[in-house]
Design a protein around this ligand. Sequence first.
Ligand code: FAD
Length: 284
Amino acid sequence: MIQDLRNGTKTSLSFEVFPPKKEEEFHNIFDRLDDFAKLKPDFISCTYGAGGSKSGKTIEIASYIQNKLHIDAVAHMTCVGFKQADLEQNCAMLQREGIGHVLALRGDRPRDMTDEQFNGREFFYASDMVRYLKAHTQLCIAGACYPEKHPEAENAASDLAHLKQKTDEGVSFLISQLFFDNDSFYRFRERAVQAGITVPICAGIMPITAVGQLGTSITLSGSTVPGKLSDMLEAYARKPEELRKAGVEYAVGQILDLKAHGVDGIHVYTMNRVKTTAEIVAQI
Ligand code: FAD
């Protein structure tokens, strides 16, 4: 339960899922969630399209997790395209569905958003949405953090100062961007503590199971790819099943090391892949 995470009683295990893009694939997600539930995560979070167009899907999935599977659901919510009325509407939907946890995010700028729209946005940073949610709802609010700094941040120090401001506005726990080098996480955690950030931090782990991931999620995240990982990708570039297994092994190695270093929580970016996630859970 998220309560345990906040009490600091154990290393939590949680998963991220996303709403399938194609309408015809949408119903499959519920079968997958049933399988994810068997792995007994403490919570499952569901992503949200930055433009807001898929918000209904996020809430539908989060409601299934919360009400059918009886696992704490964390609904992601991005405010880059939001007016206050949109936020109010979303909060009312969450309340109606009994979803008590959100991951409050600014979101990335949608491709079709003009400079004027982007620069004139009502909630400028995630912390602005956190302040609003804290004042107007009972939601338990999570925030995002970046062990290797957010790509837009001028430097690590300013990024950390903004993170401190975000937690001060009322964030109860943090979920980190994916990373492959645990040392970068440990350094970040130490700096966060020094900056006075006391909320639990879940470490984001994404198993690499296909070469294509390097060109998408990883590049976007700006995470460093250690030599050991790039060697692995090169060695198994044409052997998909071996690459998948090596990706599982790499993720398991990271998680065991994180647990040994007393991390608050492990958050697996599942990419909706049950088999890979189950293999990881079995080994940790
Ligand atoms: P913020 O906390 O607002 O920070 C954004 C940038 O602004 C940072 O560089 C920060 O240093 C800077 N900043 C913050 N406050 C100030 C200030 N007061 N003055 C000046 N600069 C400031 N995206 C989606 O679209 N959907 C999702 O579901 C989603 N899920 C995610 C889950 C996790 C765990 C993570 C780590 C990211 C996720 N993202 C998602 C991506 C996220 O939306 C982007 O990384 C986005 O660019 C930043 O969002 P944020 O909430 O971290 O922003």
